[in-house]
Design a binder for this molecule. Structure first.
Ligand code: TRH
Length: 390
């Protein structure tokens, strides 16, 4: 994404947007916030101040971020360390609290003292469930102060907050698909040579679960060669246990038909390229799940586990939407593998049925991405919503 220049911060002149991000665990929260902050700045020319409590996690996605600095500017965004001792700053005209991260009390008081008060929005997690349309954009008055917070729900329909998608994403994806030079540059960056042409190329980003070993065993027994590219992330212990040795970025493990390669954790836009390169992507959580859909390639989603099994309902709701137009046999091959990958152990039979459906799933993934892209993206809907509140 091209970066827009940003004027140096002036205490008398607050930015257009304040975004607040608390890194709970993993990388989805900061992944979404960083993507949205850049888009507000680059595509809409807005001045964005992003408050983040864990700059070391942020550094994984954007290695030029310093974990030491309290204020820094990257790609058109002012990045602030969100520390306990919160500075006395004037709030922006729009304040985005992400994933109910609870704003500092002193900042909320300052919001209430402004006239008019900022438009205050809480960005929630993505879900394909039906109730999202009914809850999207509902107001919640502050119990004490003259402020109203609105709940903004991402989603897959026009009556939700939509999905994050940069304006130039389809063009960049197409250019990458047609450019041997760009693909080679990625291979060089990840430190490996491309595998032979008849190899199924798969990316693997997953939580550390025993089903990984089942999947790797199924790939080892595959009749066709499989090259798995696994960026260094949560699943490494399970992969190491299967391989029977410690692995680092640059290492390779070969057994049977499987050629497993460990990659460094990639900068966020590079990770998109990995998804575009591979014919099948195993993704997890929220942000990589959305990016895999924009990659328009077959995918397997591992959902972030929640209390009360809420994630089962979320997975089923997405499967209902995603599989609605698929032949019954393909839908069941996909559903079986996804459920096993999430909740059980994976059998070689499940992998084989899924692999046999890859041709149809390829067409389906293109169609799905095309249909979704006909809707407005999340950032545009957010700006429309903000304008409607003025
Ligand atoms: O890390 P996650 O499991 O994040 C989760 C979910 O978002 C979940 O909903 C949330 O509650 C929890 O965090 C706290 O998976 P996710 O959402 O895909 O985020 C990973 C981010 O890392 C995403 O922005 C893509 C990025 N990424 C890279 O930039 N480079 C890489 O090499 C890889 C593998 C990922």
């Amino acid at each position: 994404m091209p970066s827009a220049p940003l004027a140096p911060p002036q205490s008398s002149c607050p930015p257009d947007w304040d975004l607040f991000c608390r890194v709970i665990d993993n990388l989805g929260d900061i992944g979404v916030c960083w993507r949205l902050a850049r888009q507000l700045a680059a595509e809409h020319g807005l001045r964005v101040r992003l408050w983040v409590d864990a700059l070391d996690s942020f550094r994984l996605l954007c290695p030029t971020v310093s974990a030491e600095l309290s204020i820094q500017h990257r790609q058109g965004v002012e990045i602030r360390r969100w520390a306990l001792d919160f500075p006395e700053v004037s709030p922006a005209a729009a304040v985005l609290e992400t994933f109910a991260c609870h704003l500092p009390e002193s900042f909320v008081e300052r919001m209430a003292a402004q006239s008019p008060p900022p438009v205050w929005i809480n960005l929630d997690y993505l879900s394909a469930e039906e109730w999202v349309s009914d809850w999207h954009a509902l107001p919640s008055p502050h119990p004490r102060l003259p402020l109203v917070k609105h709940f903004f729900f991402p989603g897959f329909t026009r009556t939700t907050g939509g999905l994050l998608r940069e304006r130039d994403l389809p063009t960049r994806r197409q250019e990458f698909a047609g450019s041997a030079a760009q693909q080679l540059a990625l291979w060089n960056d990840i430190g490996f040579a491309p595998p032979p042409a008849d190899t199924l190329l798969v990316s693997l980003f997953a939580y550390d679960k025993p089903a990984i070993s089942d999947l790797l065993a199924a790939w080892e027994a595959s009749p066709a060669p499989i090259c798995c590219l696994a960026p260094l992330a949560g699943a490494l212990p399970a992969i190491e246990a299967h391989a029977g040795k410690a692995l680092r970025a640059g290492d390779r493990f070969r057994r049977g038909a499987l050629d497993l390669r460990i990659l460094p954790f990639l900068e966020q836009s590079r990770y998109d390229e990995l998804l575009w390169l591979c014919e099948l992507n195993f993704v997890r959580g929220e942000d990589s799940f959305v990016r895999a859909q924009w990659a328009a390639r077959p995918m397997v989603w591992q959902i972030y586990p929640q209390q009360d099994e809420a994630h089962r309902r979320k997975l089923d709701a997405f499967l209902r939407r995603y599989c609605a137009d698929l032949p019954v046999s393909t839908a069941s091959a996909l559903g079986d593998l996804w459920r096993a990958w999430n909740f059980e152990r994976v059998t070689t039979m499940q992998w084989k049925s899924f692999a046999a459906s890859l041709g149809i799933l390829r067409q389906h993934a293109r169609h799905w991405a095309g249909e979704l892209a006909r809707q407005d993206d999340l950032c545009s809907r957010l700006l429309c919503f903000k304008a409607s509140q003025l």
